[in-house]
Design a protein around this ligand. Structure first.
Ligand code: ZN
Length: 275
């Protein structure tokens, strides 16, 4: 599940190489992956990209002439890979950009559901596509975060993942951040005091920066996540076995000692009717 650290490390990786050569051929693209049809992808053939930009979890590849932007959103199962000249790629990528000189940018998506997307837009339409996003998570700071958490009352795990409020955090980094902040995933945002907000702001920065550094170095999920998908493993701070709780369509991981005062959270799918 690519989130801010993964997408930002990709952006840094791709920024120079995508601009090094003009595009030889844009596409093919899976019919469900390409979300726009006008202008057609082939207008990119022969054009040069200016580099890679990022907003939230999306990557933007503007053309050098400033007239078009290729927008990529990997959702949860999409993956983007840079292939050097001659390097073997997937047989049926969901999307492909072939560059002069032989390098390729390919997107794949695991599973049968095609949710990841590619859009070819004008800069205005691309800006509109991300107009709903909240401020970038990395570097948010305690004052801005205080406004967000006290603006409405939400469970912290859901609040962190709400892209309208804060852009760039998903399920995995919400788990990592809340553990680092020693806050319950179910705590209500409106209940946080100043000290807790400051702790959460610091954890957002330190965890996303840690993730970015690791991902830039090519670290695997196993090496990157300390809480996410580590059910039963000892908490790296206190040694308590990490717990999980199913919440609607996903699973939250947490440390009962560090985050919930020893309480084990109830499965919300079972208790939903009681709310
Ligand atoms: Zn712990």
């Amino acid at each position: 599940m690519p989130e801010l650290p993964e997408m930002e490390s990709l952006r840094r990786l791709l920024d120079e190489p995508v601009a090094a050569h003009p595009i030889l051929q844009a596409g093919p693209a899976h019919v469900a992956t390409l979300k726009t049809f006008d202008p057609p992808l082939r207008v990119l053939d022969g054009q040069r990209l200016a580099g890679a930009e990022r907003r939230g979890k999306r990557l933007f590849f503007p053309t050098e002439d400033g007239k078009l932007v290729l927008v990529v959103h990997l959702m949860s199962a999409g993956r983007l890979k840079w292939l050097k000249p001659g390097e073997a790629g997937p047989k049926k990528p969901a999307f492909r950009l072939a560059f002069e000189g032989g390098a390729q940018l390919v997107m794949t998506e695991a599973g049968s559901k095609k949710r990841a997307g590619v859009w070819l837009l004008t800069p205005e339409a691309a800006a509109e596509e991300v107009a709903h996003l909240g401020p970038e998570a990395l570097g948010l700071g305690p004052e801005r975060l205080a406004e967000i958490v006290h603006g409405e009352s939400r469970r912290l795990h859901a609040l962190l993942r709400n892209q309208h409020l804060i852009a760039g955090i998903g399920r995995a980094w919400a788990n990592e951040i809340l553990h680092a902040a020693k806050l319950s995933p179910y705590a209500l945002s409106s209940d946080l005091d100043d000290e807790e907000v400051a702790r959460l702001a610091a954890a957002i920065d330190s965890e996303l920066a840690r993730g970015l550094e690791l991902r830039e170095a090519g670290a695997s999920d196993e090496k990157t996540y300390r809480v996410h998908r580590r059910l039963g493993e000892p908490c790296h701070l206190c040694g308590t076995p990490l717990a999980q709780v199913d919440f609607e369509e996903h699973t939250i991981f947490y440390c009962p000692t560090c985050q919930t005062g020893g309480r084990v959270l109830k499965d919300r799918r079972l208790s939903r009717l009681l709310r």
